[in-house]
Design a protein around this ligand. Structure first.
Ligand code: MN
Length: 420
């Protein structure tokens, strides 16, 4: 028997952080969650799955119109055509109280109650699915105790949307422990909610398949569904199948040997091609980070806009579908010896000495912070009054800023023959 387990489809979720620029593959990205859902249906059909399990958050939010529901209904009808049943529960994103529009789905699809845990038995292939959906977006108590006892002689599956005992970045809904799940006596726990794939226990299996399609830079890497192979009541294989159409990733490029921007671009091009290959030529959504002690550090810093446009141009050509370049971060250092330069008895030596003095002098740092606080009153609040806004009174942050400023100024002063 083959079961497919997916969760967190988030159909029609807007992928975040996508700045529009000329040539950017905006349309492919906009449809990504739908195309990943189509891939899920194709996986079920190709693998001749006996059952598709969907563990919540099928929809990202209340539908803007019926298009979202019609899309999903069409996919369910394809599975009906192939004779594949589907069982699903609601999660925090598509809780009963949240979704105001409704569409009837084909009769191969069953939704488990949001009032109490219940069981659906598939006699023809010997599976009992137990589960309960979210009536409202926040379910703070544990649901596991209310789940029915396993049915003897059947393969028992628990369908549950939960953060288990807590996962970073995920609201702590329907908390429970892994041992609680294991002790329930089911053969497989098909979980949803956490977007990173994770196998929490084997035999019995407790699995987060991860979401179907990454939605922003914190959801990098391969995304998809879990395919379960069983032999009677025994699980003989559990495998991840990639179904995403846009692959988010951070691409770090070491440009230690780059003497000019042409060489930087050659290194970026090679890295992007490698990344596209590793992603089986999917469309990439990529953050490029330049690292290393680069002889052309000054050009990287001063020509940032030009370099970003060039990297985006490279992105248009990479792999079969190209790459959308989210950001270009320059974390390179200048190839000069700070200690030697600081010993010089000229303006540059004095400047470096001043930087060093400032960094180690708490009172001077405080004064600098006060000066910057005055500047702060002249800039819009949203630039600093946020969680990752600039805290001018933090000595660590001021030291970091000084390092950045030094890395910007010094390479411009040191003549090219002095840069080693
Ligand atoms: Mn969720």
């Amino acid at each position: 028997m083959r079961l497919v387990h997916a969760a967190d489809l988030h159909i029609d979720s807007p992928l975040l952080g996508l700045e529009r620029y000329e040539g950017a593959p905006v349309e492919q990205i906009r449809r990504a969650t739908r195309r990943a859902t189509e891939n899920l249906v194709e996986l079920c059909i190709d693998e001749r799955a006996d059952l598709l399990l969907l563990a919540g958050d099928l929809y990202d939010d209340d539908w803007r119109d019926y298009s979202t529901g019609l899309f999903f209904a069409a996919q369910m009808a394809r599975l009906k055509e192939a004779g594949i049943p589907v069982v699903w529960i609601r999660g925090n994103h598509d809780a009963a109280s949240k979704i105001t529009r409704h569409l009837r789905l084909s009769d191969n699809v069953r939704e488990l109650s949001t009032k109490r845990a219940e069981t659906i038995v598939y006699e023809d292939f010997g599976v009992a699915v137990h589960g309960m959906g979210y009536p409202s977006p926040s379910v703070d108590g544990s649901l596991v105790e209310g789940y029915p006892a396993p049915r003897a002689g059947l393969f028992n599956v628990g369908l549950l949307h939960t953060a288990v005992d807590g996962r970073p970045g995920h609201a702590r809904y329907a908390p429970c422990s892994v041992s609680q799940l294991v002790n329930k006596g089911y053969d497989y726990w098909a979980l949803g909610h956490v977007h990173t794939r994770e196998v929490l226990h084997q035999d019995p299996w407790v699995v987060f398949p991860g979401n179907l399609q990454g939605r922003h830079m914190r959801e990098t890497g391969s995304k998809g569904a879990t395919l379960i192979h069983t032999d009677g009541l025994k699980v003989v294989g559990v495998e991840h199948r990639a179904l995403d159409v846009v692959r988010w990733l951070k691409c770090s490029v070491d440009v230690t040997n780059a003497r000019d921007l042409d060489q930087v671009l050659a290194a970026v091009e090679a890295a992007l091609n490698q990344a596209a290959q590793a992603a089986d030529d999917r469309l990439l959504a990529v953050r490029v980070e330049l690292t290393g002690t680069a002889p052309c550090h000054a050009a990287i810093v001063t020509e940032h806009d030009q370099l970003l446009a060039e990297v985006r141009r490279l992105g248009l050509e990479v792999g079969a579908f190209g790459a959308w370049v989210e950001r270009l971060l320059s974390k390179t250092c200048a190839a000069y010896d700070r200690a030697t330069l600081a010993l010089r008895e000229d303006a540059l030596g004095a400047l470096l000495a001043a930087f060093r003095e400032l960094e180690s002098d708490a009172a001077a740092l405080g004064e600098l912070g006060e000066t910057l606080a005055e500047v702060r009153q002249k800039i819009p609040q949203e630039l600093w009054r946020t969680e990752d806004g600039i805290a001018y009174d933090s000595p660590e942050l001021l030291r970091e800023l000084l390092d950045e400023v030094e890395a910007m100024i010094v390479p411009r002063i040191v003549s090219s023959e002095e840069v080693r």
